[in-house]
Design a protein around this ligand. Sequence first.
Ligand code: FEO
Length: 402
Amino acid sequence: MAAIEIKKDIYWVGVVDWNIHDFHGYSKSPQGTTYNAYLVIDDKVTLFDSVPAKFQMELYHQIRSVIELDKIDYIVCNHIEPDHSGAMPFLMDKIRPEKVFCSKLGHRMLLDHYHQPEWPYHPVQTGDSISLGKRTVQFLETRMVHWPDSMFSYILEDKLLISNDGFGQNIASSERFDDEVDLAMLMAESSHYYHNIILPFSQRVTAVLDEVAKLGLEIDMIAPDHGIIWRSNVPLILEAYRDYAAQKPNKKAIIVFDTMWHSTEKMAKAIAEGLMEEGVATRIMHLKQYHHSDVIGAMADATGIICGSPTHNNGIMPLMADFLTYMKGLKPVGRVGAAFASFGWSGESLNILTEWLKSAKIEVVEPGVKCKNVPDHDKLAECKELGRQVGKAIVAKVNAEA
Ligand code: FEO
């Protein structure tokens, strides 16, 4: 789709990846995504970020619809991950820019990725600024939001924050701005993106938001490198990021399970009844129907996480192992959990699940429930009671922070 002027002489020259559903190999992106790059026409013509290598020709045509590539003076590489730097070798060859700005860690990582020591690197750090002529660009390192090299670029005169991965969403669309799309959908995709990509770095997010406030940056547009540009809801997304990072308790729970012959599924439904009796909004998710990233998306504002698996070959079901590995890596905080399990003969899965939850620093309500073969009325009542106990723990946590 064509380049779009987002502010006077500042153009979106990105690429829409309409059909990608696998984002970076670990998260689903059912609405596709975009790789946003921005071109500023000033005395020093500057390109902010690029696109994956396979889209380099689309980027080329986008830029050429505004200006010839050899007119570009500077490239700013806010983040080295290949979805934003993959076209760099191609661009460097075509543009031969005077300077390439990146963070110090970005410099090292560009060298590691592209092995081109002769590129005209100019590493910058927080507080550094450059003049493009009529405009000033200020840099703000955002280490671990979400890679060590990540940084934001702020264009002072335009009150424009180019935020790289921060504030992004995986949405492929013909619309470019937040006031052109459904806001509820946009916020849902922002949350899904944050919780699957940025959640482990929530403390850093809070620190970056504090730093932005301390610097007194006036922001009237946030232009991320994925998805929709924020111009009418800037305070809303800034506040949403504070909320995501805070991970405050909510009366919500997710029951996630896998099953062979549906005993574990029956247990899940009984546990849900107990949770609901305690006033906890509950969702049951079968891992054969939901990808791990969708469970994490649903877990975003849920304080309860209850996991169930039958014993399979003395262990847990493969999809549950996948989910637990993924969830633990995302380091959710302030969660309450429990385990439940069915088995035929050896029955190890309850202990395995319980230990996994503890290792993910989830406050486990014990004991969980273990069922030999098919749950009868009494066993289902035990499951319901487990749901009540987890529900009470969630409500206590919410009340404690109220
Ligand atoms: Fe969109 Fe960290 O790359």
